[in-house]
Structures are given as structure tokens and as C-alpha cells.
Design a protein around this ligand. Structure first.
Ligand code: 4NP
Length: 152
């Protein structure tokens, strides 16, 4: 059986597409499914932001197969782990959880790196390319830990 992991941010065009691509690159495809979604639906159907695509490409990760979509309540049934990028996404997703089992699946992604510190992945949308590289590095470290723990 495959383990399913969902990455969630606000628009699903900047941070969670990077998180999806990075984690997928660290896990064997036959055992894991990695997807991403946004709590907002404004960018549904779009490619990731060109700055996320470029930053991932520089690190040898292709995210151009991805298309944005909105988070849905049935994602709680589909996925085993739901990683959110910031406290706002965390609270928004948690507020949609139908039961305690669903709530337990929702985590703040950088708590994997800095346990219980509630550090957020900053939204790079309104900044320059440098912000995307910064986000990439944070997510790369967090995803290394997640990938290691999932394969124990
Ligand atoms: P993301 O960044 O949540 O990392 O995908 C954003 C992208 C677009 C918007 C907000 C955040 N927006 O408001 O359009």
C-alpha cells in the first residue's frame, strides 16, 4: 500500500508545489504518493509560479507537471499526512477536519525540523527570487527528515 502525503499552502503555486516536488524527489515512487493543494482556489488549474519552477529546476527538481488545486475535505480521507506551510494554512485546514483522526494528520511542516517551535515557511509571492531560494532550503531540510522518518 502506498503512503500518501499532501502539502498545503495558500495559493498552491509557490510553497506547496516546491514541497511536493522536493519530497517526491526523496521518496521511491512505487511506495509513496505526494500531492499539494491550496486553501484558496484562485489559482486552480495554473502551473506553479515561474519563480518556483526556476528555483526547483536549479536544484534538479521538475515541478512543471503540477497544476494548482484547492484543498477539499475528502483530502482528509485520501491522505495519511497533511503538511501545512504556515499557521494560517494550519488553522484553515484544521477547521475543515471532520473528526479527531483527521485533525491528527495535520502538521506544520517546519515542526519536523524545529519541533514544537511553530516556525512558518514565509510566503515568497510578493518578494524576489531570493525568497524562493530561502523557501527551497527550508523545505529541503524538512523534507529530508520527513523522507527519512517515512522509510524507517
Ligand atoms: P503560496 O503563495 O501560498 O505559497 O502559493 C501565494 C500565491 C498566491 C497568492 C497568495 C500566496 N495569492 O493571493 O494570489
Amino acid at each position: 500500500m502506498q503512503t500518501k502525503i499532501l502539502m498545503v499552502c495558500l495559493g498552491n503555486i509557490c510553497r506547496s508545489p516546491l514541497a511536493e516536488g522536493i519530497l517526491q524527489s526523496k521518496l521511491p515512487k512505487q511506495n509513496f504518493i505526494v500531492d499539494s493543494a491550496g486553501t484558496g482556489g484562485w489559482h486552480a488549474g495554473e502551473l506553479p509560479d515561474e519563480r518556483s519552477i526556476a528555483t526547483a529546476q536549479e536544484h534538479g527538481v521538475d515541478i512543471t507537471y503540477q497544476r494548482a488545486r484547492k484543498f477539499r475535505t475528502d483530502d482528509f480521507e485520501t491522505f495519511d499526512y497533511i503538511y501545512t506551510m504556515d499557521m494560517s494554512n494550519y488553522k484553515d485546514v484544521l477547521s475543515l477536519a471532520p473528526d479527531e483522526d483527521a485533525k491528527q494528520k495535520v502538521k506544520l511542516i517546519l515542526n519536523e525540523l524545529f519541533p514544537e517551535e511553530n516556525v512558518e515557511v514565509p510566503d515568497p509571492y510578493y518578494g524576489g527570487l531570493n525568497g524562493f531560494e530561502n523557501v527551497y532550503r527550508m523545505l529541503d531540510e524538512a523534507c529530508s527528515i520527513i523522507a527519512k522518518n517515512l522509510q524507517k
